[in-house]
Design a protein around this ligand. Structure first.
Ligand SMILES: NC(=O)c1ccc[n+]([C@@H]2O[C@H](COP(=O)([O-])OP(=O)(O)OC[C@H]3O[C@@H](n4cnc5c(N)ncnc54)[C@H](O)[C@@H]3O)[C@@H](O)[C@H]2O)c1
Length: 357
């Protein structure tokens, strides 16, 4: 059985611990959390008890006692934890964003490139976006022309986000664009391929220095296609995080308002179709109320894929998505912030294979 060490026991650490415990108890993975560590010992203790695990006194003690490191600290804690885990040759699951700055993201990418790893860009496993990407890449509705994505969330330093680091640029690297919309920019990279350039406007309307709470990003593609992202942290605290994506291809309009199962709506001159995303076949084996099973499966499915790969392939395992995917999204975030800082002009993006023609 693979022994998992959970580093960082806050909001997402709790979600992972719950999802991993469900997978372990259902016999769906040959792995379990056996050790927890957090700079706040009470948090580590709480999740140790929830997982029948031990609380480690230090990061080093945890890493000496496990087979996989599951890194869920706030963003500027990822690099030191990755360095220590990789120094021991341990496989690593690392949450997104990789790090607050692009140079530190590159450092993490270099390190993680030497061990089996996976990053927490969970939308890569979301059935609705898998369906969208498959349709677009098949070319059956012609070329993509224009994509619009709106991502909104209440300012996440309150409510279920029980900590304030997201208002501290040194810890988070920025606001809604890097912290939440790294997911969106990755989905856009996936569906449309790498963009040629980016331009952006950002604002800190709630006044936290360096923390954008409103961002508008435009991506331009060779051949003329564009993608527009609006990313907002508001104060409608009763509203869940939501996304709405609309895409026009030459011969179809595709849209969704749900970032896990969809459905994905497809409208063409021949009529309309609704494509339901399918949750994992094993979802019924999770012993949680139905209302929790789907949100949990969003995290459980990518985690199970990584753990299954580690059990099957050991040191040769490849998790997905890996650092190359995350780094491509970080390059867009960095270009967008540079554009916004310089007044919104166009910033060229690094050339990557797979660009739209
Ligand atoms: N993939 C996703 O969908 C998703 C969702 C939420 C958060 N995240 C990411 O997960 C990370 C954590 O976010 P969160 O919402 O759980 O924050 P959080 O504040 O709730 O939890 C972070 C925890 O890390 C601990 N910590 C900080 N530095 C540490 C260190 N050096 N060693 C050990 N523990 C340390 C803190 O004490 C805290 O308990 C962030 O990078 C965030 O962007 C990803």
């Amino acid at each position: 059985m693979l022994r998992i060490g959970l580093v960082g026991c806050g909001h997402i650490g709790t979600v992972h611990s719950y999802a991993l415990r469900q997978l372990t108890d259902a016999g769906l993975v040959d792995a379990a959390i056996t050790s927890t560590f957090d700079t706040d010992p009470e948090r580590a203790q709480r999740l140790a008890e929830a997982s029948n695990a031990s609380r480690a006194e230090s990061l080093e003690a945890l890493l000496d006692a496990v087979d996989v490191a599951w890194i869920c600290t706030w963003t500027n804690g990822h690099l030191p934890a990755v360095e220590a885990a990789v120094a021991r040759g341990l496989p690593v699951f690392c949450e997104k964003p990789l790090a607050p700055t692009l140079p530190d993201c590159r450092r993490i990418a270099d390190l993680l490139g030497t061990v089996p790893h996976q990053v927490g860009l969970v939308l890569r496993h979301a059935p609705v976006f898998c369906n969208l990407a498959e349709i677009v890449h098949s070319g059956r509705y012609g070329k993509p022309m224009a994509l619009v994505l709106r991502d909104d969330q209440y300012f996440p330093i309150q409510g279920m986000y029980g900590s304030t680091w997201r208002s501290d640029v040194a810890k988070a690297g920025g606001g809604t664009l890097i912290e939440h919309s790294i997911h969106d920019l990755d989905v856009i990279n996936w569906v449309l391929g790498p963009a040629g350039s980016v331009s952006a406007h950002t604002a800190s309307i709630f006044g936290y220095e360096g923390i954008d709470d409103s961002a508008a990003v435009r991506l331009d593609y060779a051949g003329g296609a564009t993608a527009s992202l609006i990313s907002v942290w508001h104060q409608v605290t009763t509203r869940p995080s939501t996304r709405r994506l609309e895409l026009f291809c030459e011969e179809a309009f595709l849209w969704t308002e749900d970032d896990y199962l969809g459905p994905l709506h497809v409208e063409t001159s021949a009529g309309s179709e609704t494509i339901e995303g399918r949750p994992p076949t094993w979802i019924d084996r999770l012993t949680v109320p139905e209302v929790l099973a789907k949100p949990l499966a969003q995290y459980a499915e990518p985690s199970k894929a990584f753990l299954d790969a580690l059990v099957a392939d050991g040191a040769n395992a490849r998790g997905f998505p890996g650092v190359e995917v995350a780094l491509a999204a970080h390059e867009v975030v960095d270009g967008a912030y540079r554009s916004a800082a310089a007044g919104g002009g166009t910033v060229p993006l690094p050339t990557r294979p797979g660009a739209l023609r």
